[in-house]
Design a protein. Structure first.
Length: 459
C-alpha cells in the first residue's frame, strides 16, 4: 500500500486488574497480569511502551462490579473479570519516574469524587509527570457502583451527562481561572511565594454543586489535563463534541469507524470547535507473528486459554441484560437500557444470540482482532487510518507483556518504514505531542471562557 503522511497515534490499553477485555488469558503460562498489584509490573510496562514510542498508556477503571450475569458475581470472581481492581492513579508517578515521554490517560468516574479535591489530584499528577497526564471522563454505567457508594440507584443515562457537564464547569473554573500565570513568584528576597492578588476564589452555585474556594494547586504545565471520552450514544457524542480532545470508539470495520468519526467531528464543529481538535482512537486487539502461520498458531493458542463465558459476563454488565437466562439460540429481546446504550444497540441491530456472543467474545468481542505478519497488520492499520478516518489505536492486551512487545518488535518497524509511525518523540507535554501545539487547551475550547484576562481584584 502507498504510504500516507498521517502518522498513527498509539495507546496501550490496560487496567489495574487481572482480566480486562480479553478474558481468561490470565491462565496463560506467559501472562503476567496476575502481577497487576506489583509496582514492577507497571514500571517495566511503562519502559517497554516508551521503547516502542507509544503515545500513551490508557488505563481503564470501574468502581462497581459485574453482577448482572446469573444475578451475581460467580463468573466475575472466578475469572477475575475486572475484579479485583485497584485505584488507577496510584502507580502513575512511579511510571513517570522511569520514563520521559510516555503519556498516561486515567479513567475516573465523575460520580467518584467531589470536583474540588479531584482537581487537586489531577493537578498533582500533571506536576509530577511533567505535563503527561490525561483524564478519561466517564459517567458510569454500573448500578452496583451507585449502590456501593450511596445505597442509591444509577441516574438515567442522559442525566449522568448533565452531571458531567456541571462537573467539568467546576473543574474549568478551578484549573483555568483560580490562579493567574503570574501568581507563583518564588521570590525569596521579597518573601513572596505566591502573589495573593493573582489568586481568585472560585464561587459556583448550580444544580449539582455549590463551591466556594481556591484551587489548592499552583498551575501545572497543562493546567487542564488532556481530556478523553468514550461515549458513543447521541448524548455522549454531544458531550464529546463540547469537551473531549481524544475520543475512543469501538468499531467492527473501517466503514463503521468512519461513520462514528464523522459524527464526532460534526459535534465538535457544532460546539464551535475545529474538527481536528478531536483525535479519534479505535480499539483493536493485534496478534502479530513473523509469518502468518506463526500468528495464527499464536491466536489458536490464546483461544485455548480464553473464557467466552467470562466475556459474556462482562457484556451482560455493559448491556444490563442477564444472558444467563437465555438458551444458546433463543431470541434475545434487546431494548434500550441504562447501561452502555451503543453496545446494546449494536447487538440488537445484528440480532445476536447467546451462541453468537459466546463465539465473538472469546477475545474481547467489541474490538476487532487483527492476526498476521507485520506486513498484513500494517496494511490493516493503514486501511483503518485512511478509510476509517481514525487517528490512532487503543491496543488491548491479550497476554502481558507479550501483546505489546510483539507489536513493538514486529509491527512498529514496518509502520516506520512506511512513514506511518514516528521514529522519535516530539518534545513537550502530552497535549503538545498529540496536537503539535502548546501545552494549554486552545481558545476554541469551552474552558477558555473561564480564564481571567483582566487584572484581578483582591478577595
Amino acid at each position: 500500500m502507498a504510504a500516507t503522511t498521517k502518522q498513527i497515534l498509539l495507546n496501550a490499553f490496560n487496567m489495574t486488574c487481572v482480566g480486562h477485555i480479553n478474558h481468561g488469558l490470565w491462565t496463560h503460562p506467559r501472562d503476567r497480569s496476575s502481577d497487576y498489584n506489583m509496582l514492577s509490573y507497571w514500571t517495566e510496562q511503562a519502559k517497554l511502551l516508551e521503547r516502542g514510542l507509544f503515545d500513551g498508556l490508557f488505563i481503564a477503571d470501574i468502581i462497581g462490579v459485574y453482577d448482572i450475569y446469573g444475578g451475581g458475581i460467580d463468573v466475575t470472581a472466578r475469572e477475575a473479570v475486572q475484579l479485583p481492581v485497584n485505584d488507577p492513579t496510584v502507580m502513575i508517578s512511579a511510571m513517570a519516574a522511569v520514563t520521559e515521554h510516555l503519556g498516561f490517560g486515567v479513567t475516573i468516574n465523575v460520580h467518584q469524587e467531589a470536583p474540588y479535591t479531584f482537581a487537586r489530584r489531577l493537578s498533582t499528577l500533571d506536576h509530577l509527570t511533567g505535563g503527561r497526564i490525561g483524564w478519561n471522563i466517564v459517567t458510569g454505567y454500573l448500578d452496583s457502583a451507585h449502590r456501593a457508594q450511596s445505597g442509591g440507584t444509577l441516574p438515567a443515562h442522559d442525566r449522568r451527562y448533565d452531571y458531567a457537564d456541571a462537573y467539568l464547569e467546576v473543574l474549568y473554573r478551578l484549573w483555568e481561572g483560580s490562579w493567574d500565570d503570574a501568581a507563583v513568584r518564588r521570590d525569596r528576597a521579597a518573601r513572596v511565594f505566591s502573589d495573593p492578588a493573582h489568586i481568585r476564589k472560585v464561587v459556583h452555585r448550580g444544580e449539582f454543586f455549590s463551591i466556594e474556594g481556591y484551587h489548592l494547586s499552583e498551575p501545572s504545565r497543562q493546567r487542564t489535563p488532556v481530556l478523553y471520552q468514550a461515549g458513543a450514544s447521541g448524548r455522549g457524542r454531544a458531550f464529546a463534541g463540547r469537551h473531549a480532545e481524544c475520543v475512543f470508539i469501538s468499531a467492527r470495520d473501517p466503514a463503521s469507524a468512519r461513520e462514528s468519526v464523522r459524527a464526532i467531528r460534526a459535534e465538535a464543529v457544532a460546539a464551535g470547535r475545529d474538527p481536528d481538535d478531536v483525535k479519534v482512537f479505535v480499539g483493536l486487539a493485534v496478534i502479530p507473528g513473523r509469518t502468518r502461520a506463526e500468528a495464527e498458531a499464536k491466536r489458536d493458542e490464546y483461544l485455548s486459554y480464553a473464557s467466552p463465558e467470562a466475556g459474556l459476563a462482562h457484556f451482560s454488565a455493559s448491556t444490563g441484560i442477564d444472558f444467563a437466562r437465555y438458551g444458546l439460540d433463543e431470541p434475545i429481546p434487546y431494548a434500550p437500557g441504562n447501561a452502555i446504550q451503543s453496545a446494546t444497540a449494536a447487538a440488537a441491530k445484528r440480532g445476536l444470540t447467546k451462541r453468537d456472543l459466546l463465539t465473538e467474545l472469546q477475545l474481547g468481542g467489541r474490538y476487532a482482532v487483527l492476526t498476521g505478519d507485520a506486513v498484513a497488520i500494517a496494511d490493516a492499520l493503514q486501511t483503518w487510518i485512511e478509510e476509517g478516518e481514525v487517528d490512532g489505536f487503543n491496543l488491548s492486551r491479550i497476554v502481558v507483556p507479550e501483546s505489546f512487545s510483539d507489536f513493538i518488535d514486529l509491527v512498529i518497524p514496518e509502520l516506520q518504514d512506511r512513514g506511518l509511525y514516528k521514529t522519535a518523540y516530539a518534545e513537550g507535554s502530552l497535549r503538545a505531542k498529540l496536537f503539535g501545539q502548546g501545552d494549554r487547551l486552545p481558545a476554541r475550547h469551552p474552558a477558555d471562557s473561564y480564564r481571567h484576562r483582566d487584572p484581578p481584584q483582591r478577595v
